[in-house]
Design a protein around this ligand. Structure first.
Ligand SMILES: CC(C)(COP(=O)(O)OP(=O)(O)OC[C@H]1O[C@@H](n2cnc3c(N)ncnc32)[C@H](O)[C@@H]1OP(=O)(O)O)[C@@H](O)C(=O)NCCC(=O)NCCS
Length: 291
């Protein structure tokens, strides 16, 4: 998972399960391009987070438990032998326990085919499994609806804009009710500052806040998350327009590829219509529930 702060997918349950290996054409070179690199580590540090290397894993933690895009780990290829992976995994569990965080490990299946069995033998289970899609700028077919306006939040925007973004994000993606708070607004304002005002997109439909999205570009690789449309504004082109605007901006400023995971069939159709193609799946592991 790339992006800076806030790019991690959190909270939303997928309505998809199963093995998708018959459905996509895997492209290992492309998948490797999406793997974490120094740009991600620098972005984590800029956002006030910490990167911990634990055996073959890398963990991204933040002292603020509400900071978006933190408190998860991913494997770094190539994996060492099984015994070393197990030692690293146990250390990783200790690290998350010490920090009072539930362990969450995510990775692209094709690059780590042996990892699921190993994680499962160490007491972890798949929490989510999402289709992974990529977009080559040459395949991009933007879609814009005239009555949908999209703009990136900027640090000097009024509280209303931040509050609208947080409300949609919280209610649609976290499926929780939103209680306005100046702390949350300040945190989001600071996130927009760290990302240079080109990451958090807010869509309005007939002047009313209707959708959100987040994009981060690291080393020419764009990742999109937090795409959400309020239930009353759905099927009116809000998400398609918002995603198109974010991608146009990223490609215009030099991104070579974009990727995302689709949480559910509507999202998958939406992204495939914009030119994304399925190249794999991303797994999210956490400790298995006690039986
Ligand atoms: C998925 C979601 C973002 C779509 O938002 P939206 O604003 O309604 O999407 P759009 O109106 O821009 O849809 C564009 C196209 O996507 C496809 N699409 C969107 N929703 C669909 C649905 N429920 N069923 C089938 N296709 C759908 C259609 O092709 C649609 O074009 P059309 O309406 O002309 O047929 C919205 O349903 C949502 O917020 N869901 C919950 C959160 C979520 O899953 N977010 C995605 C994270 S990856």
């Amino acid at each position: 998972m790339l992006p800076s702060y806030g790019w991690r997918w959190i909270g939303h349950r997928v309505d998809y399960a199963g093995d998708m290996s018959g459905e996509y054409v895997g492209d290992e070179d492309l998948l490797r391009l999406l793997e974490p690199g120094d740009a991600l580590r620098e972005a984590v540090a800029r956002a006030g987070g910490e990167v911990h290397r634990v055996g073959p894993f890398e963990a991204y933690l933040h002292a603020d438990p509400h900071a978006l895009g933190f408190q998860y780990a991913q494997p770094i290829a190539p994996l060492p032998d099984e015994a070393e992976v197990v030692v690293g995994l146990r250390d990783l569990k200790d690290l998350f326990r010490e920090r009072g965080q539930p362990l969450s490990i995510e990775f692209n299946t094709l690059l780590f085919p042996e990892l699921p069995e190993l994680l499962e033998s160490e007491g972890l289970a798949v929490a989510e499994r999402e289709p992974l899609l990529v977009l080559d700028p040459a395949d991009f077919t933007p879609s814009r609806r005239g009555d949908v306006e999209v703009r990136f939040l900027r640090q000097d925007d009024g509280d209303d804009a931040f509050s609208a973004y947080l409300r949609i994000f919280t209610e649609v993606l976290l499926e929780r009710s939103y209680a306005e708070s100046s702390d949350k607004i300040a945190r989001l304002r600071s996130e927009t500052q760290q990302s240079g005002g080109r990451s958090h997109a807010l869509a309005t439909l007939a002047g009313k806040p209707a959708g959100t999205g987040f994009i981060s570009v690291l080393d020419g690789v764009a990742e999109i998350t937090r795409v959400a449309t309020t239930p009353s504004a759905r099927r009116r082109g809000v998400a398609a327009t918002l995603t198109s605007v974010m991608l146009e901006d990223a490609f215009a400023s030099g991104a070579r590829v974009a990727w995302l995971t689709a949480a559910g069939q509507p999202a998958r159709i939406l992204y495939q219509n914009l030119g994304f193609r399925l190249i794999g799946e991303r797994l999210y592991y956490s400790p298995a529930a006690p039986s």
